[in-house]
Ligand binder design. Structure first.
Ligand code: PEP
Length: 254
């Protein structure tokens, strides 16, 4: 059975003080969760102080992006080894906001995944179709392209620990989540594709999260699906109560 993984993406939200207060609440509420991986991905400016607060905690630290070079003259960029150095264990790669606002391509996603794996960071790789692509029945084709290009030239060994987040772009931050059936259909497609590219055992082991307006009100339907192994949560991870409730509601399925 795959271990559930719930990750919070704070995006460009929270000051250091606000983030620290939230961590205090999360730790108080979630300290006894043992069978679910909990990951928080705050902005870079909070990583250092939250890293100290999360030492010996069941909540792991992740970043929202990285740059593929290890060091050098790349103003404004942060490398995998720097993330590792500050205490990150995970990194989100290819989020749709990065793809759409910052022109991130599958080729860049591929380089970023490579850099993350090299530094022993677990990549949470986001894939997903836009509304118009879904309406034109291009969902599977788009996902296939993102996975084939993004995962190009990886061995089974490299790929086996990464996490995929299926995030339909039309569901992110819109309050309109995919139904459990819509999400499951694509996640089964992703798993079958991984079985084709790698093999069945690898595909069965890779965790696939759903992301897109996940809330305490809809997590139970989603997490019951056999191929949904957790959630990537944006808005609802910014409040102690909603994020904690999402995790608590997953306990019976963990
Ligand atoms: C996200 O940012 O990955 C996300 C899914 O956001 P939200 O939960 O707010 O839709």
């Amino acid at each position: 059975m795959r271990r559930l993984i719930i990750a919070g993406n704070w995006k460009m939200n929270k000051t250091i003080k606000e983030g620290e207060d939230l961590i205090v609440s999360f730790k108080r509420r979630l300290y006894n969760i043992e069978n679910i991986d909990i990951v928080l991905c705050p902005p870079y400016t909070l990583l250092s102080s939250l890293s100290d607060m999360l030492i010996s905690s069941n909540i792991k630290l992740g970043a929202q992006d990285l740059f593929w070079e290890n060091k050098g003259a790349y103003t404004g960029k942060i490398s995998a080894s720097q993330l590792k150095d500050v205490g990150c264990q995970y990194v989100i790669i290819g989020h749709s906001e990065r793809r759409h606002y910052f022109g991130e391509t599958d080729e860049m996603v591929n380089k970023k995944i490579k850099a993350a794996i090299k530094s022993a960071l677990v990549p949470i790789v986001c894939v997903g179709e836009t509304l118009s692509q879904r309406e034109q029945n291009q969902t599977f084709e788009v996902i296939k392209g993102q996975i084939q290009e993004g995962f190009k030239d990886f061995s089974q060994e490299e790929i086996k620990n990464l996490v995929i987040a299926y995030e339909p772009v039309w569901a992110i931050g819109t309050g309109r989540n995919a139904t459990a059936e819509q999400a499951e259909e694509v996640q089964v497609y992703i798993r079958n594709l991984l079985a084709e590219i790698y093999d069945k055992d690898i595909a069965q082991g890779i965790r696939i999260q759903y992301g897109g307006s996940v809330k305490p009100e809809n997590i139970e339907q989603l997490i019951q699906q056999p191929d949904i192994d957790g959630a990537l949560v944006g808005g609802a991870s910014l409040e102690a109560d909603s994020f904690s409730q999402i995790i608590e509601k997953c306990i019976p399925f963990s």
